[in-house]
Design a protein around this ligand. Structure first.
Ligand SMILES: Cc1ncc(COP(=O)(O)O)c(C=O)c1O
Length: 362
C-alpha cells in the first residue's frame, strides 16, 4: 500500500535516515556500547534543553512521565492547568493516582495565563503545578516564560511541564525557566517513531521524589538519575530509539538549533497564510497560536469558512497526505495541520498544493 505522508500533529513523518539508525544492530543495555551511545547524546540533549542536569530516556510514551511526575512529586495537592484534551486529562490522571487535585480550567482555545496561576498558588494549598506548554488538541501555546517567572515566587511548588509537541521546535531553557520536570515524547517534533520519551528533572524535584513513598519503580525519578550517572536507564530501554535519537540530535546540531527554530516558525506561518488565503480563521485566541501545528477553526467558534472535514481529509489523502480532523470535543469543528519535525518550506508547499486542489473540489 502506498505510504500516506503524515501531517497530523503526531506521530509525524519519520525519515529514511532515522529509520536506518533505528534499525542498527542490537547491543546490550548494560554494556559499554550503550553507555558510549548515551554518553554521546547526553551533552547534545543538554545543549538542546539548555541545562546542566542529566537528561533521561524513558521507554514509554509521554503519559508515562506525566503520570510518573505526579506520583513522584505531589504530596499535598496539585494544580492542573487545563486548556484542552491533554491538559484536561492530566487532572483526571492526578486523581486516578489518588492525589488531591484542583482544576484551573480555561475555555478551549484560550491559553493559561500567569495571573490565574498566581491567584491559585497564592492560596498556599499546592505543592505541584502541571502545565502543557503546547496544547496539541487546540493548537494553543501558553506563555511559558511568563508562567515560569511567576512560579519562581513559589519555590516549594514543583513545576511539571509537558512540552510534548514543542520540545526541539521552540527554544526551551530548562535551568533558566526554573522548571522541575520537562518532558516530551519523541513522535512529535523530534520526528522519531512513537514509544519513547525524553525528560529532565531539577535537583529540587529529585530531592522531593526521594521522600515520596509509593512512587513505584518504572518511573522513579531517583532511579533515572542514579542510572543516568552511569549512562544507563533503570530498565531495558528501546535501544532502537536511542540510536535514532542520536542520529536526530546530530541532524539538529548540524542544522543549528536557531535555524531549526526559525524553520518551524516559517513553516507554521506558511500554514497560517494558507488558512487565511482560503477564508479560514484559526481556533486559538490570537497571539497564542502554536508554532508546531495549526488548529483551523471550522465552526467551533464564530467566523471564517467551514467545510466538510472528512471530505477534505479524503481528498488530501488521495494525493498522499494525512491531515487531522480535529480532536476530542472539537473534532470536525476544527482540523489540524502539523509542521513539526523535518518539514521545510519545500515539503510544506507540496502539502499546500494538495490542499489547494482538495479545497477546489469541495
Ligand atoms: C501535549 C500532549 N501531551 C501528552 C500527549 C500524550 O502523549 P502520548 O500519547 O504519546 O503518551 C500528547 C499526545 O498527543 C500531547 O499532544
Amino acid at each position: 500500500m502506498a505510504h500516506v505522508k503524515l501531517h497530523i500533529p503526531g506521530p509525524v513523518e519519520v525519515s529514511e535516515k532515522t529509520f536506518k539508525a533505528f534499525c542498527s544492530p542490537m547491543i546490550g543495555h548494560r554494556g559499554q556500547g550503550f553507555k558510549d551511545l548515551y554518553a554521546k547524546l547526553q551533552p547534545q540533549l543538554q545543549q538542546l534543553l539548555v541545562t546542566k542536569q542529566l537528561v533521561y530516556l524513558s521507554t514509554s510514551s509521554a503519559w508515562g512521565i506525566m503520570e510518573g511526575a505526579i506520583r513522584n512529586l505531589v504530596g499535598k495537592k496539585v494544580l492542573n492547568c487545563m486548556c484542552g484534551a491533554f491538559s484536561d486529562k492530566w487532572f483526571d490522571v492526578s486523581k486516578r493516582c489518588g492525589k488531591d487535585a484542583e482544576a484551573l480550567q480555561v475555555p478551549w482555545g484560550s491559553p493559561i495565563r500567569a495571573e490565574a496561576v498566581d491567584q491559585k498558588l497564592a492560596t498556599g494549598q499546592f505543592d505541584a503545578l502541571t502545565l502543557i506548554h503546547n496544547e496539541t488538541s487546540t493548537g494553543v501555546m501558553s506563555p511559558l516564560a511568563e508562567i515560569a517567572a511567576l512560579k519562581k515566587r513559589y519555590p516549594d511548588v514543583m513545576f511539571i511541564v509537558d512540552s510534548v509537541s514543542s520540545m526541539s521546535a521552540v527554544p526551551l531553557k530548562f535551568d533558566e525557566l526554573g522548571i522541575d520536570v520537562l518532558l516530551a515524547g519523541t513522535q512529535k517534533a523530534f520526528a522519531l517513531p512513537p514509544g519513547f520519551a525524553v525528560f529532565v528533572c531539577s535537583p529540587a524535584a529529585l530531592a522531593k521524589a526521594a521522600t515520596a513513598k509509593d512512587r513505584g519503580y518504572y518511573f522513579d525519578l531517583v532511579e533515572f538519575q542514579k542510572n543516568a550517572e552511569q549512562n544507563m536507564t533503570p530498565s531495558t530501554p528501546s535501544i532502537a530509539h536511542t540510536y535514532a535519537l542520536s542520529s536526530k540530535l546530530d541532524e539538529f546540531l548540524a542544522e543549528g538549533l536557531d535555524n531549526r527554530y526559525a524553520r518551524h516558525r516559517k513553516t507554521n506561518q506558511m500554514t497560517h497564510d494558507w488558512a487565511a488565503r482560503h477564508g479560514f480563521t484559526l481556533f486559538p485566541e490570537p497571539g497564542y497560536e502554536s508554532l508546531t501545528l495549526t488548529c483551523v477553526n471550522n465552526g467551533a467558534k464564530p467566523g471564517g469558512r467551514t467545510v466538510d472535514v472528512p471530505k477534505l481529509q479524503k481528498l488530501v489523502k488521495d494525493q498522499g497526505f494525512l491531515i487531522d480532523g480535529g480532536y476530542g470535543k472539537i473534532k470536525g469543528t476544527t482540523f489540524r495541520i502539523s509542521n513539526m519535525g523535518d518539514e521545510t518550506e519545500a515539503t510544506m508547499s507540496e502539502l499546500f498544493a494538495a490542499l489547494d486542489s482538495a479545497v477546489k473540489q469541495l
